[in-house]
Design a protein around this ligand. Structure first.
Ligand code: CO8
Ligand code: FAD
Length: 624
């Protein structure tokens, strides 16, 4: 099952090696992270990132190994934005020459970059960004400026205290004309003493939800006061400005400006499946250890994982973890395929890539955030402790519903793609890719329920057709109602809640389809395919509230712990007293409690000043 989860034996081997490397290095300890002040935590993050770089160089780690090292350190920081956004933005929007110059320095960590797009006043609406980049032909420079308070760059990770450079998104103005948003490389801080360069006001935007990780990240604010940069620091793969100041658009779609976001969204789907699997691993293992209430005859208490209510709340998340893992593996292939096509100027699958990455990022992160919160409740009171690992896991993964695109805004992008497809089908064009099912419109719009017997519900072809019919009918229904509106735009706005639901149904069809396709592959291990078939059934049927589920839960229960052990997480990475591999929960909870700084003294700070006088005074009063 480990291989099915990891994707290959090689993936299992590399992951094990990197996880153990991190777990065995005291610099990477994280058990006291939630007890640190924000400044201590930030400094701890700098220390870990520097040590990780040192180990990467010493051990000659490959890019794959270095990425896994960063993943198992499990502490968001500036390195995430450097590797996940700054480097890809230059790769995707820089010319060959610009890539050579800037990536050479970035790969050697001679500069630290971030992705500065969002502003105080605009995040979702990229075309509404206000920062300006005005070309000055007299000096062959762009003047970067924050004209208003709301144009302050706000949120970029690493911007606050660490990044020395950024790709800054700004309105390009030349010859008095505004050509919209483009990317520019800016140096922000001196490479000698790290002080901000002239004209740049920069800092951290303050503490964020929850304690521990993600407060380890210095999301920053930046205001620019007429900062001059050379013309060749405009990322010029998509468009150029000539020495004379002429704007020249190249022959690639302007949407490539958004290419970095497409790349990150596909990685976020894999992140979601990992975060969800961690929460499920904790809740399943703890559910097997925790016993509450027994038989009336004074028999042994019952494992809470045996309760049907616990299974009906938890097993859909177990199934979702596997479902998101497999669709994430497919999405990575789709992204690679689109990127290769772009190299040969084939832009035909760009819309599909945008719709799939936007939709899957949205659906998987929303489901994961909800599931982590529910896993906290599934662990009772102890799930609320930081030592359970669940509050921090929730705090770190909740913002994934917002960053890299607000989930509703992204689903509306998917809806826009679906409405275009429905109208193309109506005009006789055969849809391809993930909307190919819409070409089957006659059959799917009329088909009676393809599932008649209880057994049908476990027939993958039948389940797939049910999901196709559901998605198509919701999309067609929206299209018909939009067509009755005074205008397409008004109709789209009026119908937006229904369009979001139709987009979710389409994305869930993709997830179910990819799970079914995974089961058609050769899957190693005795009985593994059967277990995955049950999980596929649970994932699909829980979305449509089918009564078959109870039986499936009972069939999965005996293997539930084995199915989470297959995630192959070290206790260090899981970071949970409840999810420990050895199940020694109670002694672990007890031991963790005493690490809290509050327990450094038996009489708490503040007793002499505030508690003793109060108690003494009340005692005196009671004797009057
Ligand atoms: C480890 C992870 C760490 C991550 C840390 C977090 C980092 C961040 O958060 S970085 C900032 C992220 N910010 C965002 O995601 C902003 C979200 N907003 C957007 O992407 C855009 O504003 C968006 C798409 C909503 C609207 O864009 P806009 O330019 O107004 O275009 P819009 O009019 O809607 O669409 C124009 C066309 O472009 C297409 N398009 C839009 N986006 C894309 C894209 N990314 N790729 C391809 N095509 C696209 C649309 O489908 C549409 O096509 P058509 O005309 O054929 O229908
Ligand atoms: C932890 C974290 C890290 C981040 N890191 C970075 C970074 O490194 N670099 C960077 O550039 N940015 C970063 N961001 C910013 C992030 O990308 C934006 O917050 C995100 O894109 C959402 O935009 P917004 O904040 O403007 O939300 P808004 O769009 O203001 O959302 C507010 C509400 O309005 C709704 N809404 C907005 N538009 C519409 C519409 N057209 N139709 C219907 N509803 C709508 C949304 O659904 C939401 O409910 C980060 C954010 C967070 C939380």
């Amino acid at each position: 099952m480990k291989v099915a989860w990891a994707g290959s034996r090689h993936a299992v081997e590399v992951a094990d090696r990197m996880a153990c490397l991190v777990a065995s290095d005291p610099v990477f300890r994280k058990d006291t992270r939630t007890m640190l002040s924000r400044k201590e935590l930030f400094k701890d993050t700098l220390k870990k990132a520097a040590h990780a770089w040192k180990r990467t160089v010493e051990l000659h780690l490959t890019e794959e190994e270095a990425n896994l090292l960063r993943l198992y350190i499990d502490q968001p920081g500036y390195v995430d934005l450097h590797w996940v956004m700054f480097v890809p933005a230059i790769k995707g929007q820089g010319t060959e020459e610009q890539q050579k110059k800037w990536l050479t320095m970035a790969y050697k960590f001679q500069i630290i970059g971030t992705y500065a797009q969002t502003e105080l006043g605009h995040g979702s609406n990229v075309q509404g960004l206000e920062t300006t980049a005005t070309f000055d032909p007299s000096t062959d420079e762009f003047i970067m400026h924050s004209p208003t308070l709301t144009s302050s760059k706000w949120w970029p990770g690493g911007l606050g205290k660490t990044s020395t450079h950024a790709v800054v998104y700004a309105r390009l103005i030349t010859e008095g004309k505004d050509y919209g948003i483009h990317g520019f490389i800016m140096q922000l801080r001196s490479l000698d003493d790290h002080s901000p360069l002239p004209g740049i006001t920069i800092g951290d935007i303050g503490g964020k939800f929850g304690s521990g990780a993600y407060n380890s990240m210095d999301n920053g604010v930046m205001r620019l006061d007429h900062v001059r940069i050379p013309r060749d620091q405009m990322l010029m793969r998509l468009a150029q400005v000539t020495r004379e100041g002429k704007y020249v658009h190249s022959d690639v779609p302007k949407q490539l400006l958004y290419g970095t976001m497409v790349y990150v969204r596909q990685t976020i789907v894999a992140d979601a499946s990992r975060a969800l699997s961690r929460a499920v691993c904790i809740a399943v293992r703890y559910g097997a250890i925790r016993k509450q209430f027994g038989s009336k005859a004074g028999g042994p208490e019952t494992q809470v994982l045996n309760y049907k209510t616990q299974q009906s709340r938890l097993f859909p998340f177990l199934a979702s973890a596997y479902a998101f893992r497999f669709v994430g593996q497919w999405l990575k292939w789709l992204y690679t395929d689109v990127t290769q096509k772009l190299e040969s100027k084939d832009f035909s699958t760009l819309p599909e890539a945008h719709a799939c990455t936007a939709g899957l990022k949205s659906v998987t992160t929303s489901a994961t955030a909800d599931a982590i919160e529910e896993c906290q409740k599934l662990c009772g009171g102890h799930g609320y402790l930081n030592s359970s690992g669940l509050p921090e896991l929730f705090a770190v993964n909740l913002p994934a519903c917002t960053y890299e695109g607000d989930n509703v805004v992204l689903l509306l992008q998917v809806a826009r793609f679906l409405m275009k497809t429905v109208s193309q089908v109506a005009s006789g064009k055969q849809p391809v890719g993930t909307t190919a099912y819409m070409g089957n419109i006659q059959h799917l719009m009329q088909c009676k329920s393809v599932v008649n017997t209880v057994e049908d519900w476990l027939n993958p072809a039948a389940i797939k057709e049910v999901f196709e019919a559901r998605a198509l009918r919701m999309a067609v229904n929206c299209a018909q109602n939009i067509s009755k509106a005074p205008s397409q735009e008004e109709g789209f706005s009026e119908l937006s809640p229904d369009l979001v639901e139709a987009a979710v149904a389409h994305v869930q069809l993709i997830i179910v389809t990819k799970f079914i396709e995974k089961l058609q592959e050769d899957i190693l291990g005795h009985g593994v395919k059967e277990q995955l078939q049950k999980l596929c059934g649970i994932y699909a049927l829980h979305l449509i509230h089918n009564e078959r589920l109870g039986k499936l839960y009972a069939q999965v229960r005996p293997n539930a712990v084995a199915l989470v052990d297959a995630f192959d997480y070290t206790d260090h990475y899981l970071g949970s007293a409840l999810g420990r591999y050895d199940g020694d929960v109670y002694s672990a909870l007890y031991k963790e409690a005493w690490k809290d700084p509050l327990n450094e003294t038996v009489v708490p700070d503040g007793y002499q000043e505030h508690l003793r006088p109060l108690l003494k005074q009340q005692l005196k009063l009671s004797r009057l």
